[in-house]
Write a protein that binds this ligand. Structure first.
Ligand SMILES: [Ca+2]
Ligand SMILES: [Ca+2]
Length: 324
């Protein structure tokens, strides 16, 4: 063989080796990039978790400090103002505290007077008041359907079939499993209801929204409830009797439990760290012994993230008892 073709083959081989090496280098660089991004994500997630724990601690301290200063809870107190969006390393965090007892506790429907309040709440929101019975059936231990309600026999005929819980609700999202509660109905109710770990029906009249006040007081219309709430926000009630005495003439005071002091608070945490934007919600219970306990802390879908999944399996995100 002459030297010329040999040189030619060597040249082609060299070009091929360079091409293969370049391709490998690109692949390695890509893998590194992916790995780097993954590490970045893990770091962002860890930072977010720590930040959320810190924020919950702040919320707990704010509530305890409040309890040390006074024995009523209203919307003019510092805990209710929350914190402005705070810059933190690599992002921001926003914490807000809401009185969970300013909302209607769905688990209280087992109490007939509370069931009536829930029925009124549905009416104020221009929803079918009989839907209250569907929630009662979902929670009560028996399998006897109330008027407009639903029990095992109704849920077992669905595809896929499932049974009524027949126990207190663990999260408001559970509403989507109850007959008659479509996405629109649940969205309308969501700002006014909550789920507490007990059947307490004590609504805080200092923090209840006009909608909840209208549901609470028989015969109270929404415009009047709005006027009552405006006056209340500047001069909160010292006692429940104070609230009752200031009701417009002709209205009878509610018979359900009412308070001017709260034990349960919803804490919303919005964090944005690196490329991670997350929202979580927690339920804190302020105990009489000057401490708080975390009932649950779970991730929430960000606003605008779309409609929740229609299927019953979408309820799997609940993590009762999970620590932050
Ligand atoms: Ca207070
Ligand atoms: Ca039942």
């Amino acid at each position: 063989m002459s030297a010329r073709p040999q040189r030619g083959i060597a040249l082609v081989t060299a070009v091929m080796i360079v091409a293969i090496a370049a391709a490998i280098a690109v692949q390695i660089a890509f893998a590194h990039q992916v790995w780097f991004r993954q590490m970045e994500n893990v770091a962002d997630r860890d930072a977010t978790d720590w930040l959320r724990r810190g924020a919950l601690h702040w919320a707990s301290l704010a509530l305890l400090e409040d309890a040390a200063q006074n024995s009523t809870d209203d919307l003019g107190e510092s805990w209710a103002m929350g914190l402005p969006t705070l810059p933190v390393e690599g992002g921001t965090i926003k914490v807000s505290i809401e009185d969970a007892q300013g909302r209607f506790n769905l688990n209280s429907v087992v109490n007939p007077a509370s069931l009536q309040v829930f029925s009124s709440l549905l009416g104020v929101l221009q929803l079918n008041p009989l839907l209250a019975n569907a929630v009662l059936d979902w929670i009560d231990s028996d399998s006897v359907a109330s008027a407009g309600g639903a029990e095992d026999v109704d849920y077992l005929s669905l595809n896929p079939p499932y049974r009524a819980a027949n126990r207190p609700m663990a999260s408001v999202e559970e509403l989507r499993l109850i007959r008659g509660f479509d996405a629109k109905t649940v969205a309308a109710l969501l700002p006014y209801v909550t789920v507490l770990p007990l059947a307490t029906n004590d609504i805080n009249v200092n923090t209840a929204s006009p909608v909840v006040l209208a549901a609470l007081v028989p015969g109270l219309d929404l415009p009047t409830a709005q006027r009552i709430a405006e006056v209340r926000d500047s001069t909160p009630y010292k006692t429940v009797d104070d609230f009752k005495s200031k009701l417009p003439r002709g209205l009878t005071a509610p018979t359900v439990g009412m308070v001017v002091k709260t034990d349960f608070f919803l804490v919303t945490l919005d964090t944005s760290i690196g490329r991670h934007e997350r929202r979580s919600e927690a339920l804190l219970q302020r105990l009489s012994n000057k401490s708080t306990t975390l009932i649950w802390h779970r991730p929430q879908p960000l606003i605008g993230s779309g409609e929740p999944d229609e299927s019953p399996s979408s309820m799997g995100s609940d993590e009762p008892g999970k620590s932050p």
